[in-house]
Design a protein around this ligand. Structure first.
Ligand SMILES: NC(=O)c1ccc[n+]([C@@H]2O[C@H](COP(=O)([O-])OP(=O)(O)OC[C@H]3O[C@@H](n4cnc5c(N)ncnc54)[C@H](OP(=O)(O)O)[C@@H]3O)[C@@H](O)[C@H]2O)c1
Length: 297
């Protein structure tokens, strides 16, 4: 039995769909029944599911709001996931947790390795980093996947924002000096299931414990990502807006974003034998789904 948390989110939804399609026994939980701000719900869901493995797709993900909502961000990204890790440790089962490129400041100038020092630039990144460190300080069989720029046809994300904005405005200004790797939630879910398959096949191995980078292959800027989204959307008759490149300084946000958050994925490939496909290959399918009339949220 696999327990999936945060089932209403992008990753939780993608995991739930895949587990259902595979016929794997799983329990998917979400708020209000499972809420990191209500610790008793964490224990209750865990005890009810009796899992043999937990995938934590729940997190406080509102990056800018976290600056003024620090307690909720801490519960969602640090103390809540830690409580879940401790339950997994006590039950001696694997715990797959998801973290972020925002643990880095983005000033390295080349793809980050798992061993590079962290230096988050805001509350969201700091709470995610604290979550990583406190989980690894337990004895849990923890696999922590750092991902980035997650998008899907389900939920709030950059691709949906662009599609919706492009319907209203003929010209969009998009930041062209931040580099990263768009990651389809479905591709991340596939990588996570490849990890669970490997754990099942080999039993738990000591080298599985720790941090792994897991982002879509290749890289781009937000401007490049937006341009590609509209290229793909235009093939479905969507009238694409003009996308003008701007600098980060022209789009101020409460939290400073890492200017270059590319993550090196070699460790994931070498230990688990899996990698995520190039972001540019996955995007057309997600854009097609986003443009379906029933995809309104
Ligand atoms: N989105 C990105 O660009 C991005 C980038 C890097 C890393 N990540 C990481 O990737 C993972 C998956 O992200 P995602 O994009 O799927 O996020 P998402 O779509 O925002 O979903 C987050 C999920 O967590 C739930 N949640 C929020 N606060 C909670 C709480 N206090 N207790 C229990 N559940 C709570 C949400 O529930 P509600 O629906 O009730 O709000 C939702 O189900 C997260 O660990 C995130 O930090 C995401």
């Amino acid at each position: 039995m696999i327990l999936v948390t945060g089932a209403s989110g992008q990753l939780g939804d993608a995991l739930s769909r895949r587990l259902a399609a595979r016929g794997t026994a799983f329990t998917a939980v979400q708020r209000p029944g499972f809420d990191f701000e209500k610790p008793e719900t964490i224990t209750a869901c865990f005890e009810a599911a009796k899992p043999s493995l937990v995938i934590n797709a729940a997190a406080y993900t509102a990056v800018d709001k976290a600056e003024t909502d620090q307690e909720a961000a801490k519960a969602g990204n640090h103390t809540g996931p830690l409580a879940l890790a401790k339950l997994c440790e006590a039950a001696d089962i694997p715990f797959i947790h998801v973290s972020t490129d925002y643990v880095f400041d983005g000033d390295k100038g080349e793809p980050y390795l798992e061993t590079d020092p962290t230096n988050p630039t805001g509350v969201y990144g700091a709470t995610k980093r604290d979550g990583e460190e406190s989980i690894l300080a337990t004895g849990a069989k923890a696999v922590i996947l750092r991902t980035a720029w997650v998008y899907s046809a389900h939920g709030k994300n950059f691709a949906r924002t662009m599609i919706n904005a492009g319907r209203k405005m003929p010209v969009l200004r998009v930041v062209a000096d931040q580099r990263g790797s768009p990651t389809a939630a479905g591709d991340l879910a596939d990588a996570i299931l490849a990890i669970t398959d490997k754990i099942s096949a080999t039993g738990w191995q000591p080298e599985y414990r720790g941090i792994f980078h897991a982002t879509g292959g290749g890289e781009t800027t937000w401007h490049g990502f937006a341009t590609a989204i509209f290229e793909d959307a235009a093939k479905h008759g969507y009238t694409a807006p003009e996308v003008q490149p701007i600098a980060t300084m022209d789009w101020p946000t409460p939290t400073r974003r890492p200017p270059d958050s590319r993550l090196d994925g070699h460790k994931l490939a070498s230990i688990f034998g899996t990698s995520l496909p190039p972001w540019r290959e996955t995007l057309p399918g997600v854009v097609a789904d986003l443009l379906k009339p029933d995809q309104k949220t």
